[in-house]
Ligand binder design. Sequence first.
Ligand code: BV8
Length: 232
Amino acid sequence: MGTFSNIVILTGAGISAESGIMTFRDAGGLWEQQRIEDVATPEAFVRDPARVQAFYNERRAALYTVAPNRAHEALARLEREYPGTVTIVTQNVDDLHERAGSSRVVHMHGELRKVRCRMCGNVIEWEDDVEEDSGCPDCCTVGRLRPHIVWFGEVPLYIDEISSLLEEADLFISIGTSGEVYPAAGFVIEVKEHTHTIEINLEPSRGASLFDECRQGPAGILVPALVDELLS
Ligand code: BV8
C-alpha cells in the first residue's frame, strides 16, 4: 500500500466493544435496553430529563471502569509515526481515543465527559453525575445543564470541518460502525471517487459494498495489522 497524504478514520461503537463498552445495535446492545425515543432525542429530554440524565450519568461513570484497547492504541501509534496526517472522526462519545494518545480526534456526536449549559451555551468538562440541582460553573445557573451529546434530530458537530477533511482524504478507513446512522454512514459515498476506502468491522456494515476493501473481524486484531501495513 503506497504512502497517503491525509488519512481520515471514522470510528463507531465497535472499536470500543473490546474495551467493554456496549455497542448500540449488537445483541444486548444499548438500544435493546432503552429506546432511542426515550433517551437520545431532544423530545425525550423535555419529556423526562431525569431519565435522560441517568442514561448518560451511567455511561459517563462506566468510562472510569474501562481502558483503551489495542485498536485505539494502534491508531494513536499511526498518528505519531505516519508521515501524512491522520485524523479520527468518531461517532463515539467515550474518551478512549484520547486516553490511547490520539490528539487529532473530532467527536461529531459529542462527548460523555462534557456538559452544555442551556443558559450560557458554554461546554464544560464534567466528570461526575449531572444532578437536577447541578449548577453551571460559568454562569452559576442551576438546573440547566444537558449532556454535550448530539441526539437524533440534532445537527452533528464539526460538519464543515469534517467535509474539508473528507475532501482532502486519500485514504478513508471505517472501523466498528454499522453504517446505520447518517450523516456518518454517508461519508464513504462523499469520498469514494477520490479516496481508497477500507472497512474494518466484525460483520459487513450496511454500506460494506461501497468500500474498496472490507476486512471482517475484531478491531483489536485487524486495526494493529492494518497500522503495521501502513507503517511498513
Ligand atoms: C442529522 C449520540 C441533520 C447518542 C448518536 C439521512 C440524512 C441525514 C439524517 C438522516 C438521514 N436519515 C435519517 C436521518 C436522521 C438520523 C439517523 O441517521 N437516523 C437513523 C437511525 C436512520 N440522523 C440524525 O438525526 C443525525 N442528525 O442528521 O441532522 C443534518 C445532517 C447533516 C448535516 C446537517 C444536518 C444525528 C445522529 C446522531 C445521533 N446520536 N449518538 C449517544 O451516543 O447516546 S448516534 C449513535 O449511533 C452513536 O453515536 C453511534 O456511534 C451511532 C452509530 O452507531 P455505531 O457506532 O455504528 O454502533 P452500532 O452499535 O450501530 O454498530 C456497531 C458496529 O460495530 C456493528 O456493525 C458491529 O458489527 C461492529 N462491532 C462490534 N464489535 C466489534 C465490531 N467491529 C469491530 N470489532 C469489534 N470488536
